[in-house]
Design a protein around this ligand. Structure first.
Ligand SMILES: N=C(N)NCCCC(=O)O
Ligand SMILES: [Zn+2]
Ligand SMILES: [Zn+2]
Length: 321
């Protein structure tokens, strides 16, 4: 690493109490305070695409609040992510809550602008609709990407009430648009009732492999990580995490909860197992704080985003040499 590289890190919580001041992710500087970032943490307060409980529009700020307790050294990955790369909070993308199509365009354009600066994105949702415009912007820069999708749900359904852009349909649209590398698509944590068996057939035809929540329990984290890594290889990788991949005991604050999910320990460990993969951007969606208790969900989400930013920072440092 060149000695002149000194990213601006978080506010020092031994000098300024961590509960003081406005919340940015992990108490990091705002993007406008540092000019450019290697990793831009960006909020998308949009939840007009939901099929059940609304409220994920408040998810990003709940995660920022819960992330005040994160510390600068990540022992699980033996890395200080905010010293390895400039990570900054880019604020929120202002998406129209009354027009889904326009919101999708706004998110895509804002993501493109951030990616054009060379930043990787750590997006805090918002509902899962936003994965489509984020993937469009990422594919525009990197070509079709491998996708690792953590979710109770497939999110490859076709339409809801005739609407193409919803939180249950982003990955079908993405495959149709040719922005995913269909040789490397995986769902992890899938479970719960479907509309019919056809949902699974359709999903398989789109190119997805499934590691169910029960598979993680039966086969264990290490074997699952090995299988996922083989599928991803050296491709540019996008990770999309719907917080409802966690069991409702670990993430009650979400819009479409399903029993029998991953523990937060399993999710964090699978993510740590992706070290060395070419993670180009990630999103974390569906945190709906109105259904949360004691910040259970937003704490889990803040740690999830911390592992993802650590992976990206390590990758950036390795590329810098
Ligand atoms: N993406 C999330 N969280 N949920 C999709 C569920 C769609 C449905 O209600 O069938
Ligand atoms: Zn889901
Ligand atoms: Zn989802």
């Amino acid at each position: 690493m060149s000695s002149s590289f000194e990213p601006r890190g978080p506010i020092d919580s031994s000098r300024v109490p961590r509960y003081a001041g406005p919340a940015t992710f992990a108490r990091l500087p705002r993007l406008d305070e540092v000019g450019r970032a290697d990793v831009a943490v960006v909020g998308v307060p949009f939840d007009t695409g939901v099929s059940y409980r609304p409220g994920a529009r408040f998810g990003g700020n709940a995660i920022r609040e819960a992330s005040r307790l994160l510390r600068p050294y990540n022992p699980a990955q033996d890395a200080s992510p905010f010293a390895l790369a400039q990570v900054a909070d880019a604020g929120d993308i202002a998406a129209n809550p009354f027009n889904i199509n326009e919101a999708v365009e706004t998110v895509e354009a804002a993501a493109r602008d951030l990616l054009a600066t060379g930043a990787r994105l750590m997006t805090l949702g918002g509902d899962h609709t936003i994965a489509l415009p984020l993937l469009r912007a990422v594919a525009d820069r990197h070509g079709p990407v491998a996708l690792l999708h953590f979710d109770a749900h497939l999110d490859t359904w076709d339409t809801y009430f005739g609407a193409e852009y919803t939180h249950g349909t982003p990955f079908r649209r993405a495959v149709e648009e040719g922005i995913l590398d269909t040789s490397a698509l995986s769902h992890v944590g899938t479970r719960g009732p479907l509309y019919g068996k056809q949902d699974l057939d359709d999903d398989e035809k789109l190119g997805f492999g499934i590691v169910t929540s029960a598979d993680v329990m039966r086969r264990g984290v290490d074997e699952v990580v090995q299988q996922l890594r083989e599928r991803i290889g050296t491709r540019p990788l996008y990770v999309s995490i719907d917080i409802d991949v966690l069991d409702p005991a670990h993430a009650p604050g979400t819009g479409t909860p399903e029993a029998g999910g991953l523990t937060s320990r399993e999710l964090l460990e699978i993510l740590r197992g992706l070290a060395g993969c070419n993670l180009v951007s990630a999103d974390l969606v569906e945190v709906a704080p109105a259904y949360d208790h004691a910040e259970i969900t937003s704490v889990a989400a803040s740690h999830t985003a911390y592992e993802l930013t650590t992976l990206m920072a390590r990758q950036i440092a390795a590329e810098r040499g």
